[in-house]
Every structure is written in C-alpha cells, then in structure tokens.
Design a protein around this ligand. Sequence first.
Ligand SMILES: Nc1ncnc2c1ncn2[C@@H]1O[C@H](COP(=O)(O)OP(=O)(O)OP(=O)(O)O)[C@@H](O)[C@H]1O
Ligand SMILES: [Mg+2]
Length: 416
Amino acid sequence: MAKPNLIAGLDIGSGKMTCIAAAQDPETNMLKVLAGRSVPCKGLRGGMVSDIRETSAAVTHILGSIERECNRDITNLYVGMRGAHLESFSNHGTYNISRMDKEITQADMDLAVENAKAMPIKNDNEIINVIPQGYSIDKQRGINNPEGMEGSLLEVDVHITTGSSTHINNLAKAIQRPGYKIDGNFYSLVPLADCVLTQEEKEIGALILDLGGETMSVGIYIDGILKFSRDIPYGCDLITSDLSRLLHTSRQHAKEIKEKYGVSFPTFLDEEGEIPVPSLDGRSTHNIKKSYVLDIIQPRVEELIEQVAHCVETSGYKNFPVVGVVTGGGSLMPGITEHCVSILGLKEVRRGLVQRELVTSDEAFFDPQYSTAMSLAIYAAGGTGYDDYSGASYEKGSSVFGKLGKWLKGVDIFGG
Ligand SMILES: Nc1ncnc2c1ncn2[C@@H]1O[C@H](COP(=O)(O)OP(=O)(O)OP(=O)(O)O)[C@@H](O)[C@H]1O
Ligand SMILES: [Mg+2]
C-alpha cells in the first residue's frame, strides 16, 4: 500500500526555522505528527531573509533530516511567513447574479472574492492570503456557505494579507534552491489562531497574541471572524538582551536564566534566593538575587504588552476582545497572562496550545515552539475546516496566484 502523503509545515521564525511533518494515520484517519525539528538560522532576521545561502543551508538541514527520519520525501510543503513587511486589511467584494435561475455557484463566490481583491496595494507588495470571512445574500448577513442558495446580490467580507514581493521571492528562492517545491504560503498567524482559539472564543471576541523572539503577532476575532491582524517587530529576545547587558553575561546564558528563573510578576517569585550568573568570558560566576531578575524583566514585559495595547487601540477594535489567548515561546513566562489582563483590559487570558483533537502527536511537539509549524500542517490538511480561501502558490522562481483552497480539494492530500 502506498504511504500517505507527507505534509510539512515550515515556520520561518526570527532566527530559526521550525518544521512539523505529518501524515494521515490509516488506522485512526487522524492527522499524525511523524517528526519535528527546530534549527537556528543566521540567515533570517525578523522573519525575513538576510542571507540566502545560510537560509538555504538551514532548509536543506531541517527538511533533509525530517525526510531521513520519516524515510520518505516531503510531498506537500507549506510555508508560514511572519514579519513587519506583512500587512493585513479587511475588504468587501460584491457580485451580481444576473442569470435567470439565481442559484449561487462556487464560481460566483470566487468572483465575489476576486472583486474583494481589487484594492490598492503598495508598490512591490503582493497578496499572500485572501480569507473569506462570511457572505451575505441580498443584504442578509451571516451566511457561511451560500453555494446552492438563491439570490441576486452576493457580498463577501475578506481578510487580505499582503507582503513585500522582494522578501517573499527571496524566501521562495532560499527554499527552492535546495530543490524543494512550495505548495502554499500562509501568513502564519491565521492557521495558528485557527488551531489555538476555540470557536466560542472567536465568537465572543478574542485577541490572540503570539509572543515570539523578534516578533509579536496580534489578531482580533469578532463574531467568529478575523477582523484585524498585525506583526509588531519586537519580541521576547529584548528581555534576553536586557538580562545580558545588566547581568554582564552572554546572550546564551541570559536566555537560559530567563527561561529557567524568569518571572514577570512579583506573585510568581516563589522564594527569595540567589542564582549563579556566569561572567561574559565564562571563567567565573557571581550570584544575584532572583528578585533582581524580576526587576529587569518586569518593565520590559510591561513595555512589550503596552506596544500590543497601542496596536489594539489603533486597530479600531479596542473594545471588542473579551478574552485573550497568548501563545509562542514568550507565553511560557510566568506572569505574562496577568500583564495581559491588566494592560490590555481583557476579562480572561489563557495560554494557548494547538487543540489536541486536531492532531495526534508526541507530547513534545505540543510545546509552543512547534505550535505554528504544527498549525500549518493541520491547516494545509484541511483540519480546521478553513480550506476555502485563495492563496499564492509558488512554482520554481515565479509567483502565481492560485486557488489554494480548490487546489487542496482537487489534490488527494492523503492519497499515496
Ligand atoms: N520557558 C520560557 N520562558 C520565557 N521565555 C521563553 C521560554 N521558552 C522560550 N522563551 C522565549 O520565547 C522566544 C521564542 O519564541 P518562539 O519560539 O515562539 O519564537 P520564534 O517563532 O522563533 O520567533 P518569531 O515568532 O519572532 O519569529 C524567545 O525569546 C525565547 O527565549
Ligand atoms: Mg513564532
């Protein structure tokens, strides 16, 4: 029997790339994670390629080792992008059904979405994803799937993400150079939000915050749909820099201290005690109080969350999110949810991981560092129910807009 397709989600992070490879488990019919890797990459800065050779080398390393571990080639590769060059907008498209029968077809829906794409975008920018957010027929709103219904005027709300063609093409080149083909590009906050937030949270009004190393991504859902998304070009690596500078230790040691002892809220300071800090040259250590680490971390975390608050204020949706979900590596810092409650004025904030019913996996891959890569694989396999949108896909060297949703439906992703 042919092996099921190996679907890989590749998360291009700030200074690293992370990949999850999954395939359908023939016994359970569930998507199952078969391998996962995270490798540092000096060729990436803030999610963008700064050195194409370094990035290609990291791609070869990560995808090659995944293929060897799974003992087969990756058949479907989906790439998740991040970075301050990405911009998102909500837009509206309309289409008049002038036929006698007035029964709405998929082609009519596509044309409404196509019309919604007609908006000015910056020079050197291109559309990455267009996500239909809901339709209305003859002004009746709240229709998820109008196919087969009757109407004269079809309207659609979409969430569009655009990005710099230069950055997108450089990333595509870095991945294609070692011989890999990209089956789809995503703005990776969207699959992540779909795998981490519950439908109830999206309906009530939710803010998702992905706290990465060099980027914080913010998404706002209202009435079940994504209204706003933005990447802020700062992240938790700033906490590492502060610790390194003020404790006179290397960035690596500062990172370890942050992840092992760091808390951002006084109530999480379990006991007063001292921790050893290696000197810059690593030849000696000095001891500092744990409370001193808190004194360094707390103001930086407050500043980061205040940046998020500013972003929410300028979004036009300030008063809508009721609950918050924080994810990404930075969400592991004890005290972070408390800062989100107090600074963002949310009623409730929780840490978010990929919902377990969407995929079978070893526990290790449910760690936040894999969440984005895992959500890319789940999303590509249609596991979150959102397979109906258009996106850009890439053939060698050129970018073509394709209907990824259709493409996914047309291709037997679980076939052999
Ligand atoms: N246990 C922990 N406590 C505090 N911070 C942590 C912990 N584990 C990881 N981090 C921090 O989370 C950040 C990395 O998060 P993540 O893996 O989500 O980032 P990334 O995807 O590489 O970056 P980006 O999303 O900016 O592209 C780093 O600053 C790291 O030090
Ligand atoms: Mg990330």
